[in-house]
Design a protein around this ligand. Sequence first.
Ligand code: GLC
Ligand code: CA
Length: 533
Amino acid sequence: MTSFRPAPRWLADAVFYQIYPQSFADSNGDGIGDFDGIAERLDHLAWLGVNTVWLNPCFVSPFRDAGYDVSDYLNVAPRYGSNDDLAKLVDEARTHGIRVLLDLVAGHTSDQHPWFTASANDPADDRYIWAAEGPDGSRPDGFVDSPGARPGAYLPNFFAFQPALNFGYAQENPAEPWRQPIGAEGPRANRAALRAVMDHWLGLGLSGFRVDMAASLVKDDPDKTETARIWTELRHWLDDTHPDAVLLSEWGEPEVSVPAGFHTDFFLQFGGPTDGRALRSLWSNTEGTVNESWDPLDCFFDPSGKGTPGLFVDAWQQASAAVADSGFVSLPTANHDFSRLNCGPRTAEQLPAAFAFQLTWPTLPAIYYGDEIGMRYVPGLPDKEGSVLGPRYNRAGSRTPMQWDDGPNAGFSTAPADRLYLPLDPAPDRPTVAAQRADETSLLHFVRRLIALRTATPELGSGGSVEVLHAGYPFVYVRGGRYLVVVNPRRNAVSYAYGIAAEPRPLEVSGVHVDGGTLTAEGFAYGIFDLGR
Ligand code: GLC
Ligand code: CA
């Protein structure tokens, strides 16, 4: 394995918080969130105890996919403010003990990016992947007709308006002359461009990047060896030039991405039997059948009690063994692509147990904005940007404005309600930060206490050991040989035989009873105990 500089020390204690910039806080009343709005709300984040924010793309863009269609990597979109406003936000965040990561869209640009318009008009340019027109005017599968003077077609990476940057192909094929080797001029130029983009923002005080579709760079690379090589090269460059910065991948396979050079990777994000969709299906039933629907149904847990945390535990053990000391696995509550934790009519009651698990597991936790107050996935909203991958893949419901208080627009914006860029959750009883701050029994206070407990207790953090005693209902594990965690993901009570010598000291407990050799957990109960040994 290639040796990297060890991850910066701060990363081991990171509690991530994802901000979708359109929807967090609008400082100037134009209906859309912005940097100054975020800066005004840093107190909330510091009070909550998160220490690392990652921002979805905030660069110049035609915004057909929420900024994942970048048309200028070096300048921010005016709707969020100026580069100076971002620098100011980063400085102010630092004084609150918070680092900021940006989103690096490495695999594609917008079709409006000058690199692409140049490429679409210059047959000699190979920053993108171009196939010549076939003799019958045809184009290869998956390619999109050139919008420029250049004949032929280009390969998109996600939506058609997101042309793939050319990082080369892992395998050549004389019948497909557009397959360039990784060492060709275009791929080299694109790797240099990534370094320049990173250098630009790191120089401004940013602490690293969440990397979009990190596995997508080299084409026809089934085992990702060549894509990994690119990230390895970039990591070495980063180690030399910006050793305090980190790369967090949207890859979903830490056993591949971390050895490749990422400091950490989001776990369980994509398909497979342990498909996260932010973990909604992780408690798949014992036959291994998962909830295949995009429809939000359950929270982290299968409340019917037919599931098992075993699939998750197995996948995590495998990943963490492969990652070992070279990096971290990150576990998000949700994100802008998937439904929120609170995603169904009866999921709210499951949230405390979900957080009790997430914040006591050795992965690096990532909280999606608003999940700390139990904001819900709002069904049925029309998609605003980057819509329609299928009728059930509706992302707007996870992107509604943050609910700060019970003032106009829930304190998000002073714009007229019909001018909000994305609509608020219309539910009359929608949760707010202000109401929950005033109530010490709220989810918000609970999440804050869990973060504080994790921060103050190294055994509960990313470096502490975990011994799983029961990967079922209840889910029972011991952290650092000392802290017992009991989570009952199901609606009905359940008990578990576990002999505890001395009376354990309860740290955060709701509905878990310890009686000699038996643990009893009520529906959706959780308990964190100090065994004092
Ligand atoms: C990632 C982003 C998603 C975006 C896609 C294309 O999966 O999270 O929002 O649409 O990449 O860039
Ligand atoms: Ca604004």
